[in-house]
Design a protein around this ligand. Structure first.
Ligand SMILES: Nc1ncnc2c1ncn2[C@@H]1O[C@H](COP(=O)(O)OP(=O)(O)OP(=O)(O)O)[C@@H](O)[C@H]1O
Length: 464
């Protein structure tokens, strides 16, 4: 067995090792290590996701249970939970992601992804997001590397560690959908797929033995989640130790280095009835402008913005807004869409950081067409329904699925006719873009001089 990083519990927990042979590590995220494993009683290949943050584990578990059996959502097979080990989720194994697809298309497919393929990829992603939004779940971290792909070309939304189930309005606080303490949790049947006997999760679930995880260890309300496993208050710091950010969140992280923690001492990071949602979610390149301006009362439209960025990237094979800091991110957006003002979004004045950041006048924004010169007008129109400042103008997924674009020639290919990356072996197909950081040491470089001044509400930054 190949050595795996960081983790002890997954190898030493008999509840897991009696049921699974751990094959090798697949990858690590901010809060998790993921392993490829084989279920001993039937040989089913799975992904074991060991999550080192309980809050993130509970979010993921709640979302995946709510979405069980929904189309284009990664399947939760079972989970292991104890009060002394990190929770481990057993997920269907998916060998690729859209990041790997984009990288392959860029390198190998002269001409990129065909329009007929693009439509099928987009439809699948839209259906996954529609399933989430239909269940009042905001994913909050949509990006190509969280859109996993099966060996058959099926897209599955994954990584629900930042997801939140919305209740009236606009967020869930007390009533959370954690498993009932007394009821062992057994996955519902997903959509049967009799053609694929080996990998059929339907079949695997039917054969499933009784749960070995300790459901009684799952807390039943969110107050409990504010404590660590020893009952102490959970108040970890942001990853870079920064609490003095002038905008909403992290000003100097690499794009994939997200640092949200819902129970940080910093009010900006707290999520509860009084303070609302945290704006520090998602991965910068795909983060909606209202989040970058510090909104705490956003809704599912933030996922729609991310979708627009993902689709644009599938078209051009380059990230649309590859900001190296939150301010650079906003600057890149305003160069394309124009500066955010009341005309673009009347609600912008109430954004917490709106009056703190000003960019130089930009009367002639580039527009999406000039960023995506190879896109047809219907493609640009569809993207404009997602990538716009005013969240209320972003089209819901159901409307987008009915967009004439998908009914026009060339029609979407069937899933089994999609071209896939040549190597379908886990992380080999997932690649983060190597952004050249050296040119952008500070938030303020790359877009002129910055003048910082203090005001009654804090300070503001003005770029010339
Ligand atoms: N079901 C799965 N099948 C195969 N690989 C998976 C699966 N789930 C996750 N992975 C891989 O494991 C790695 C980490 O997973 P994931 O992104 O879910 O962790 P995370 O800690 O929540 O991540 P992030 O830092 O992006 O929030 C990624 O490379 C991902 O592609």
């Amino acid at each position: 067995m190949e050595a795996c990083s960081r983790s002890w519990s997954i190898h030493t927990n008999p509840a897991i090792t009696q049921r699974y042979q751990i094959l090798h590590g697949i990858g690590s995220g901010a809060y998790s290590d993921v392993y490829k494993a084989k279920r001993l009683f039937d040989g089913l290949i799975v992904a074991l996701k060991e999550i080192h943050d309980q809050q993130s584990a509970i979010r993921e578990l709640q979302a995946l249970q709510t979405l069980n059996g929904a189309p284009n959502i990664v399947q939760l097979i079972e989970y292991f939970w104890s009060d002394h080990d990190d929770p481990v989720l057993v997920l269907e194994f998916l060998p690729m992601d859209l990041n790997g697809l984009i990288a392959e298309a860029k390198k190998e497919w002269n001409g990129g992804i065909r329009v007929s393929e693009m439509k099928r990829w987009m439809i699948q992603v839209l259906k996954g997001v529609e399933a989430c939004h239909g269940c009042s779940i905001m994913h909050r971290d949509l990006k190509p590397s969280n859109l996993l792909v099966s060996a058959d070309g099926e897209v599955k939304l994954a990584d629900f560690g930042q997801a939140i189930i919305l209740q009236e309005p606009p967020y869930a606080s007390e009533e959370v959908n954690v498993p009932d303490q007394d009821q062992p949790w057994i996955p519902k049947d997903p959509d049967p797929n009799p053609e694929d006997a080996n990998l059929s999760l339907n079949q695997s679930n039917l054969q499933q033995e009784p749960m070995t995880a300790r459901e009684e260890d799952i807390p039943t309300n969110q107050d409990h989640l504010k404590k660590d496993m020893n009952g102490n208050d959970k108040c970890p710091k942001m990853l870079n130790g920064s609490t003095d950010s002038p905008t909403s969140c992290n000003l100097s992280y690499p794009a994939d280095d997200f640092s949200w923690n819902p129970y940080s001492e910093d009010d900006e990071e707290r999520e509860d009835d009084e303070s609302g949602l945290t704006s520090c979610v998602g991965t910068r390149w795909y983060r909606a402008p209202e989040l970058l301006y510090g909104s705490r009362s956003y809704s599912q439209e933030i996922d729609l913005w991310s979708l627009g960025c993902i689709f644009a990237e599938l078209f051009s094979l380059e990230p649309l807004f590859a900001g190296n800091s939150d301010i650079d991110q906003l600057n890149r957006i305003s160069r394309v869409l124009g500066n955010l003002n009341q005309e673009a979004w009347p609600g912008c004045l109430s954004l917490p950081d709106y009056g703190k950041i000003f960019f130089s006048e930009n009367p002639n924004p580039l527009g999406l067409k000039s960023c995506l010169p190879n896109c047809s007008s219907s493609e640009i129109q569809l993207l404009e329904r997602l990538i716009c400042y005013d969240p209320s103008k972003r089209a819901p997924t159901m409307e987008l699925l009915k967009d004439k674009y998908f009914a026009e020639e060339p029609l979407p290919v069937p899933v089994n006719e999609l071209r896939l990356p040549s190597t379908v072996n886990g992380q080999e197909n997932s690649s983060m873009y190597n952004y050249d950081w050296k040119d952008y040491d500070s938030d303020f470089e790359g877009f002129g001089g910055a003048e910082v001044s203090t005001s009654d509400s804090g300070f503001c930054i003005r770029f010339s």
